[in-house]
Design a protein around this ligand. Structure first.
Ligand code: SF4
Length: 222
């Protein structure tokens, strides 16, 4: 086994020891997850969830009503998520695409699709990149794809799992090549938690970190 694979396995195991292994439990319908992740760009979870809930409440949970609503009403509903001038048209275009191509506000057909085809399909929606597509596929269908957000990218670089300047797509491929598919969900959630609670972007708390002996960052700062 190469040493990066051993390190990846050790990261996975230690984070599970620190935070537990989260049960895979889809929280949202796939279309809801897609809209929520569109809303989550450049904001925190609290604000994107508030915007999502306001949007659902304003239109009674009816995606057809959102699709045909005046753009200004949608912008108003999602204002708290920021970037509403971009996010509102993306939401409408996504709903238009589902209406036109699927005839329903559903992504259930992705369940039977191979993961690469499902990733390509989701990335054909406006403003949807591999992170958003991977979140929908991993969270809603438990497909074998590893979402990389800013927390995951930063820790992967610091740990030496990925190159210091690796882009998110490279980080995604690193983890996918080093660990079994079944580990992706737990690792993704635990890395995000660790990034928020310990491996902060500006002041990581390396002295308290369960990953310290695996990590290249503390030595690089000496
Ligand atoms: S040792 Fe420091 S830089 Fe490395 S993962 Fe832990 S907190 Fe982050």
């Amino acid at each position: 086994m190469d040493s990066r694979a051993e390190k990846a396995e050790a990261v996975y195991t230690r984070l599970n020891g620190a935070y537990g292994i989260p049960d895979w439990r889809p929280q949202f319908e796939p279309v809801d997850e897609l809209i929520l992740t569109i809303l989550s760009a450049n904001t925190n979870d609290r604000n994107s969830l508030r915007a999502f809930e306001t949007l659902k409440a304003r239109f009674g949970g009816d995606w057809d009503a959102v699709r045909s609503a005046p753009l200004e009403e949608i912008k108003e509903a999602i204002r708290v998520a920021g970037m509403y001038n971009q996010k509102a048209p993306r939401i409408v275009e996504s709903l238009e695409k589902l209406h036109r191509e699927v005839g329903a506000y559903s992504l259930d057909h992705l369940a039977e699709m191979p993961v690469d085809a499902a990733l390509d399909y989701l990335q054909s929606f406006p403003g949807v990149g591999h992170k958003t597509a991977s979140i929908v596929l991993l969270f809603c269908f438990r497909k074998a794809t590893f979402p990389v957000d800013t927390h995951v990218q930063r820790q992967s670089q610091r740990l030496g799992i990925s190159r210091a300047k690796a882009a998110p797509l490279e980080v995604k491929k690193d983890w996918e090549s080093l660990l079994p598919d079944a580990d992706f969900y737990s690792l993704h959630l635990n890395l995000i938690r660790h990034g928020r609670e310990v491996c902060d972007a500006r002041s990581p708390r390396c002295d308290e970190c369960v990953l310290r002996s695996l990590c290249e960052y503390p030595q690089s700062q000496e």
